[in-house]
Ligand binder design. Sequence first.
Ligand code: UDP
Ligand code: MG
Length: 343
Amino acid sequence: MYDEQQNRIPRGGGEGALISVVVPCYNEQEVLPELYRRLSAVLDDLEYSSEIVFVNDGSNDNTLEAMFQWHQADPRVAVIDLSRNFGKEIAMSAGLDHAKGEAVIVIDADLQDPPELIPTLIEQWEAGFDNVYAKRTMREGETIFKKKTASWFYHLIQRVGNVRIPEDTGDFRLLSRRAVDSLIKLREQHRFMKGLFSWIGYPSKAVLYRRDPRGAGKSKWNYWKLWNFAIEGITSFSIVPLKIATYVGLTTAVIAFIYGFKVIYKTLVYGDPVAGFPTLMVVILFLGGVQLMSLGIIGEYLGRMFNETKRRPLYFLNRHLPARRYTEQQDEHSGTLLAQNVT
Ligand code: UDP
Ligand code: MG
């Protein structure tokens, strides 16, 4: 008999489990101190040990210096410094690659994701969920237009893509070790993380929260970026646009065929004084438009294939400072060994 309880992978880590918090940061010097303060306060209260993995995504302000200071002062802070700006998706992946925890939490640096929610995420992880995502009940500080377009996008991708991406959900979430291990096996260049989080599967659970407006600094998103993000999402998870191109092409071909028949018939029966310039133009322009659009769609996919076939590594590291918690434990250990040898 199937025993639900027995088949559950023991999670919650038990005694001494480690929780990693990954923070991708790009020019976040204004908010980072506040985030660090609030995050450490939350982590101090946990019954688990913890590490904070700061990923510097090629910032050109003092973000990295602040990280180095905390690394010096706090044994649980790890710093990953990417060789340039790679974008949030890759910064996050770099953090996941280097996080050591039994559970890994991904959080934005700009305080839009409240660190105070972390204990609630952990509770669900203890209850056996692998992918505990924070779902916002309210979007503050965002325009109606942005809210509406976001909602259309989620509906669209749910229909054309084969993944169910939960609506109103960002990257703020907790992943169990096996979910992280699965996720870091996906090395595609075009990383639509929201889709990948869902694609790996595993028991998932939503935790509701109120998303605050940015703490300070500016969002790096604009509508052009969002548009590209939407195209990325759809082309990464669906080939429906290619099919649409095929069917639009087919339909126009059928219509053109019927129309051609009509023209020939008319000419044969009634003869044809030269006329019909407007129809000619309409047909040419329409067909030209359909062809160019289809070519464009094919091009989108071809471009992605081009990027993937190069099989480049996702990122390069400038520096990696693991949390001193580990390095120092090792140092202490080797220190005692050395002392024993001497005596
Ligand atoms: N981010 C990053 N690299 C980038 C852009 C953003 O690591 O190239 C980080 C940024 O520091 C923040 C998170 O990704 O921690 C979310 O960025 P932002 O607030 O600009 O996005 P939004 O919240 O508007 O989606
Ligand atoms: Mg933000």
